[in-house]
Design a protein around this ligand. Sequence first.
Ligand code: 13P
Length: 254
Amino acid sequence: MAKKQRMIVVGNWKLNPPTLKEAESIFTGIKNGIKDIDVKVVICPPFVYLNELRGLFTKEKIFLGSQDISSESKGAFTGEISAEMLKNVGATYTIIGHSERRAKGETDADVAKKVAVALKAGLTTIVCIGEKERDERGSYLGFLKEQIVGSLKGVPRKFASNIIIAYEPVWAIGKGKEAVTAHDLHQMTIFIRKHLIDIYNTAAASEISIIYGGSVDEENAELLIADGEVDGLLVGRESLNPENFVKIVKVVEK
Ligand code: 13P
């Protein structure tokens, strides 16, 4: 586990929900449910809800993040949203390199550029990595190594404490899929940490949190945290159900 970090649970709402009213209701449900809990909770809604949702919280327990950012800071880049803009509407975190963005053509080089921009702007950056499939001879480990190195290329060591690596194997994400086993997750956290040490050094690598995402629910959360040796969880579907999400946060707190 990374040193002295508070446990973290991140909710990635993806392209949900369809209305601001629903977004406010889910957010309020989560906020009320985690009042006395000592876990960092980050909600990453679609961009358009950030500004409204930040008006709903008062305590330093729940944070907002974006699901992506532009690698550009301003200018003629139609459809893009910059790190600075996101900070101005209440985001303190950002997810970068989610497999659903990589599936749309985002490369490791694109990810690395965005990560550097986000960190420079002061956003805590959740960098997603994960293999599409596994094979018995372990060639997915080579793919993952390249993804870790490529996604952090040129990202200075001084930002280590603001970097979170989210291990999200693509085969475990979404409806009808199953989370990784806690045993395999533990192996992956060691593998990722080893490569972080190679890229930076032992001290810097120990400041980087490693979290897991992919079909997390209240049933598997406990084992994933306890035996997987991760510093937190990145939750998709279950983060849209306040009751279930709060249960996951409570499991993590234990
Ligand atoms: P699910 O929890 O819905 O499998 O999604 C995981 C994910 O992609 C979070 O970023």
